[in-house]
Design a protein around this ligand. Structure first.
Ligand code: UD1
Length: 416
């Protein structure tokens, strides 16, 4: 089992390009099942993307890398099911449900795996698809999905703007009969990217500013070429790496607009930002100040996936920070591991209180989930000595070559 050895190594500096967004690429890969093949640029090479490719291969599509472009060849399979071992590889495997229903009008799958962020039900996915004519039957841990009459458009009001449910409805609706309207849909940039891909393939998806998505079902989708948006959470993570070391970096190939909810927090912590059209430069102070209150919300609010990286900064900032997590129930699993490095964190339900300390010390820690793992790497950059980070498979789900990228900016991370 590989692990990172991180040696605290002073201020980071340099220019770091940001790779394509995992959370945009995965639903787009599910959508590619519906096209006559596609050419996907800026697709990140991550274990979760590999897992999506394995599902596509199982469903008869070919997948081939050409540098950072993923070529997907159309295919067909008589087996409209996803085996349990592929479903467990990642939580987002559930987004294949909408695509399979659109293509085969049936599907069989088991309940998905992924990050352990508390209960992650799929009731909103199922109740929405039911309105579109889908029937579900659960047998053991298997879910049998069928469309007895026709897959048709529907008017759907989501009680919560679930990202995954919005994506599944969009996928099913793109080849359903008639029109679908989703109200209170998720508005994350990754949703707009899925809409962009479906439209590039000949679909008809319209997103309104108030969180309404309108989809007109079409007969079929064609071959298309598309470029995935940059990963906003990866960009924020790189900025955090520089900020904790008192460094100065520029992230490029990025979309600053997608990260704007996090910029005021960096500024409150004493960082100076310079924001261009596709790049962000950050100059950190010698010691960060605490950001008083960080509250996660659906987009365009502060993203839940940025909570753990910012928490790592608050551990060494001057003062006390209060985090309120409103999206997932169990987002503080990394807190125990961070405390092993000398952090002072108290959690109670959705709240975490972090009192900044002057120094962190090296420890042997393990990743509990993807963003929690990133927080461990950020914190380890300022420990005086070598921190060992295990279970790095969590980090590799969402960060492409993180050690090599950070070493390029002056970090000292080895993989063994
Ligand atoms: C996606 C992202 C994840 C991000 C999250 C919120 C991907 C692959 N993952 O996850 O990185 O943190 O959005 O921005 O894109 N819920 C229900 N019932 C449902 C669906 C969701 O109760 O049917 C609840 C969940 O338990 C959770 C909340 O809604 O508490 C948010 O879930 P959702 O927006 O669906 O997130 P994901 O799509 O799982």
């Amino acid at each position: 089992m590989e692990r990172y050895l991180v040696r605290g190594a002073g201020k980071l500096s340099g220019i770091l390009p940001v790779h394509g967004a995992k959370n945009a690429a995965l639903p787009i890969l599910a959508a590619s099942l519906l096209c006559d093949g596609c050419e996907l640029h800026n697709c990140p090479r991550l274990s979760d993307v590999d897992a999506a490719c394995h599902i596509l291969n199982h469903l008869g599509c070919s997948t081939r890398w050409q540098n950072e472009t993923l070529l997907i060849g159309a295919g067909d399979s008589r087996d409209c099911s996803i085996p349990d071992h592929l479903m467990r590889e990642m939580r987002s495997s559930i987004v294949f449900l909408g695509a399979m229903l659109a293509k085969y009008r049936q599907a069989k799958l088991t309940f998905p795996g992924g990050c352990e962020l508390g209960p992650r039900p799929i009731d909103l996915h199922l109740s929405s698809l039911r309105k579109m004519g889908v029937c579900f039957e659960q047998q053991g841990d298997a879910l049998y999905c069928s469309v007895p009459k026709e897959l048709h458009g529907a008017s759907i009001d989501l009680p919560f703007p679930s990202v995954g449910a919005t994506e599944n409805i969009m996928l099913a609706a793109s080849l359903a009969k008639g029109d679908t309207v989703i109200r209170n849909a998720a508005r994350e940039p990754e949703i707009s990217d899925l809409a962009g891909f479906l439209n590039a393939a000949g679909g008809c998806v319209h997103m309104e500013k108030d969180g309404t998505v309108r989809i007109h079902g079409v007969e079929k989708l064609q071959h298309c070429t598309y470029s995935v948006i940059p990963d906003r959470i990866v960009g924020i993570t790189y900025l955090c790496c520089a900020a904790i070391t008192g460094g100065r970096i520029t992230i490029c190939n990025t979309e600053p607009n997608h990260m704007r909810a996090v910029f005021p927090i960096f500024e409150e912590m004493g960082c100076r930002l310079s924001i261009g059209s596709h790049e962000v430069s950050l100059q950190a102070p010698e010691r960060l100040k605490a950001a008083r209150s960080i509250t996660t919300m659906p987009y365009p609010g502060f993203p839940t996936d940025a909570l753990a990286p910012i928490m790592a900064l608050s551990m060494v900032a001057r003062g006390t920070s209060i985090f309120t997590e409103n999206i997932f129930q169990n987002r503080y699993k990394q807190a125990w591991e961070l405390c092993r490095m000398g952090a002072e964190i108290r959690t109670e339900g959705r709240i975490a209180v972090v009192r900044g300390v002057e120094h962190l010390h090296p420890a042997s820690v393990i990743c509990t989930d993807l963003r929690g793992g990133a927080a461990l790497v950020i914190a380890a950059l300022v420990t005086e000595g070598v921190t060992t980070i295990g279970e790095i498979r969590h980090i590799e789900r969402g960060y492409e070559n993180l050690p090599a990228v950070l070493n390029q900016a002056g970090a000292c991370i080895t993989v063994e």
